[in-house]
Design a binder for this molecule. Structure first.
Ligand code: SF4
Length: 388
């Protein structure tokens, strides 16, 4: 779907600082959201199924071997453990569940565990299934689809022009090839990035227009939660009004995507989280993030309900990967799906919990320095980790 504003308009909106002007922008974004999605929502949750000790150099990530931060580790989860965390996400009211692993790609054995985990989640919950497992080949994409996975997450992280500052070992071109494999297999894509890595306002706009070109089903935006000892660990949090402004601008540039806020939303937005929903979100990530803690399920549901949006479980979660598109939804025929027996607090279910499940390992000696920005030609080479 074409952007509702031009590149230059987006740049101008990016300069807004007065709260009244930002509120007017938010009203515009809210109308754009309502027109396309009505009162539907798309709430997700994740499990960090394999963490830490990653060979790559993504500058925001504490799992990188280049970070001076302690390493948040755990080995690849067993499929039934993945299912337990999925059941907690379902109890909280999440519509979909993402199985996430570190690194550019999985070994054959770890990939098989993800496939088995996805099958269990398909069989035993009413959740839609997503994975985020680094680069995947066309063959693996097909295998995931056959296992019941509906959507694959693979971020571009930042504007293409800024990307070499973010990672040199995970190539942007490789990301695009993975997105092609996802689309060829008939899977939905979830593609976004992180704001506040040091990119300029222009580069934020570039990123939004690049996402519009990629045209993913879902766009997750993270807000840097600076981790001490990482490349971007000394950056300040964003001003919450800046965040809501950029949420609204992204919504106007990518009006047809399911747009959600994920990591860093609690720390960067504080009390302005409901205003971010008004600025055009379809959902948030419920429960906890990969290595940091999130919000309580009842508070997240209340943010959406406060704006008259439906957060109820959807009875066809397993069959219809994108319920907002089903016939009749926008004409007011959303099925009656009463919320029963949803939990309010994370303490009431076996959520993925990085504060207890990650083993924090001190690095032995000084980690290697982050590699310098590569040349353009170097950056476009065939990605590593492309095998089956
Ligand atoms: S590939 Fe993933 S886990 Fe590894 S450093 Fe990059 S973001 Fe972190």
């Amino acid at each position: 779907m074409a952007p509702l504003i031009t590149f230059d308009e987006a740049l101008e909106l990016g300069e807004l600082t007065e709260h009244d002007d930002i509120l007017a922008l938010i009203e515009r974004a809210w109308e754009a959201r309502q027109e396309r999605f009505g009162d539907s929502t798309d709430l997700c949750s994740l499990v960090n199924a394999k963490s830490g000790g990653c060979a790559e150099d993504c500058g925001f990530c504490a799992q990188s071997r280049y970070a001076e931060a302690d390493t948040p580790m755990h080995a690849m989860m067993e499929p039934d453990q993945i299912l337990e965390h999925a059941q907690a996400a379902e109890a909280a009211g999440a519509h979909r569940f993402c199985m996430v692993t570190q690194g550019q790609g999985l070994s054959k054995r770890d990939f098989e565990r993800i496939v088995e985990g996805a099958k269990l989640v398909s069989e035993h919950t009413n959740l839609k299934r997503c994975v985020s497992i680094g680069h995947i080949s066309p063959t693996r994409a097909k295998t995931l689809k056959e296992a019941g996975v509906q959507r694959v997450h693979h971020n571009v992280e930042s504007a293409r022009s800024y990307y070499p500052e973010v990672s040199t070992t995970v190539r942007y071109e490789g990301r695009l090839r993975t997105l092609d494999a996802i689309s060829e297999a008939g899977l939905e894509s979830c593609v976004g990035g992180i704001l506040n890595l040091g990119e300029s306002r222009r580069q934020r706009v570039e990123m939004a227009f690049e996402l519009s070109e990629i045209d993913p089903t879902s766009v997750p935006i993270n807000l840097l939660n600076p981790r001490a000892g990482t490349k971007f660990g000394d950056r300040e949090l964003m001003d919450p009004w800046e965040v809501v402004k950029w949420v609204a601008i992204f919504r106007l540039i990518i009006p047809g995507a399911l747009f959600r806020l994920c990591g860093g939303r609690v720390e960067n937005l504080g009390d302005l989280q409901p205003l971010a929903v008004k600025a055009g979100l379809n959902g948030v990530m419920m429960g906890n993030f990969l290595t940091t803690l999130g919000a309580e399920p009842a508070d997240d549901r209340a943010m959406f309900e406060g704006l008259g949006l439906k957060v109820a479980r959807q009875p066809d979660n397993g069959a219809n990967p994108r319920p907002d598109n089903r016939d009749g939804w926008l004409e007011g025929s959303a099925p009656a799906t009463p919320i029963d027996e949803l939990i309010d607090s994370q303490a009431d279910a076996n959520f993925w919990d990085p504060s207890t499940q990650l083993r924090v390992i001190k690095k032995k000696g000084k980690p290697p320095s982050y590699p310098p920005r590569p040349s353009e030609a170097e950056h476009e080479k065939q990605p590593a980790g492309w095998g089956d």
